[in-house]
Design a protein around this ligand. Sequence first.
Ligand code: EPU
Length: 420
Amino acid sequence: MDAIRVRGGKRLVGTIPVSGAKNAALPILCATLLSDGESTLRNVPALRDIDTTAALLEFMGRKVSCAPPVVTVGSRGPVRPEAPYEFVKQMRASVLVLGPLLARYGKVRVSLPGGCQIGTRPVDQHLKGLEALGATIQLSHGYIHAECGRLKGAEIVFDMPTVTGTENLMMAAALAKGRTTLVNCAEEPEVEELGRVLNKMGARVEGAGTHVMHIEGRDELDPFDHAVIPDRIEAGTYMVAAAMTRGDVLVDGAPLEHLEALVAKLKQAGVEVSREEGGVRVRVTDELRGVDVTTAPHPGFPTDMQAQLMTLMTLAKGKSVITETIFENRFMHVPELVRMGASIDVHGHTAVVTGVDSLEGASVMATDLRASASLVVAGLVASGETEVRRVYHLDRGYERMEAKLSRVGADIERVRGAEG
Ligand code: EPU
């Protein structure tokens, strides 16, 4: 198993390029199932989750060329509308094939994703929505079995905003007969991006990126050619890394308009953030102050940035109260940060961080993507050496993180075949 070894203490200076958004690319790749012709997706990040999606589409019988930053998907023959456990256990987002397969083929068998390290993560809202469009759904032996004739437009009110739930319903509604209204939708930029792609395919989606969406279904959809938006979470992670090392970094391609909640908190903490040609510049010249953060659906503070911001707060002056409201088990970085010398007390969904003067390098690991990233960020300033193990989590969502960080001065390397 690979590990990332960091020797802390180097100030990051220079430019870090941002890759395409993982969580936008995944649903768009699944949307290729809505049409027979060859679709092309550009600016796709080279990540393990993209490889898993490509392999799943191939398993189903699609013709896939996966050579990031370009991925093409077309038809080869009959499609097997099925996502087995072997794929879904590697990547929960495999559940995004449910909506398009059902709408297109009227029958689908997808493994239930089950829980993961960060929480139980049910898919009841996906299923409730598809039933409202006319599907019959049964759960047996760990699988979702769904069937339908032509789906019919309906009004669906989500109990809570769910990103992949909204996306699954958008894709299903795009081929349903008539008009679908989705209420209490997730407003994340990745949802808006999927709306853009569905419109390119000929669907009529209005309001993607807001809490109410109207979708006029079509009998058939066309293939598309599209370039994915930049990854706001990758960008945000490098903004925090720059601040952590009191560096001066241009995060090239960072989508400031998608990062407002993070930028507000960074500024409140004393980080200088400015829009520059092509990206966002982050500098720290003053002392950092603790800030309180509560995660929330977009446009609130993203749960996917909670671990990284908490890491920054470990060295800020005073106390920070960090509350996680989206996933019940997303503090896995806490014990590892404490092993590195941080002072953090967890009370239920709230972590109270008291700033310390320094962190110490250690061997650490995390079983969640963003938690792993936060440990690399901690290693950038910790004294001595930090080894972040089980890097395959990091490789699911960050394209060549060690290469990007070493280009701006970090002393960081990948160790192949390290202890797990
Ligand atoms: N929820 C339900 N029932 C459902 C669906 C969701 O109770 O049917 C609950 C969840 O348990 C959670 C909340 O609703 O408490 C929101 O979850 P959501 O469905 O929005 O999460 P997701 O779609 O499974 C996506 C991202 C995650 C990101 C979350 C929240 C993708 C592929 N994944 O997950 O990304 O944390 O939205 O923003 O888009 C990551 O990239 O590291 C990652 C975990």
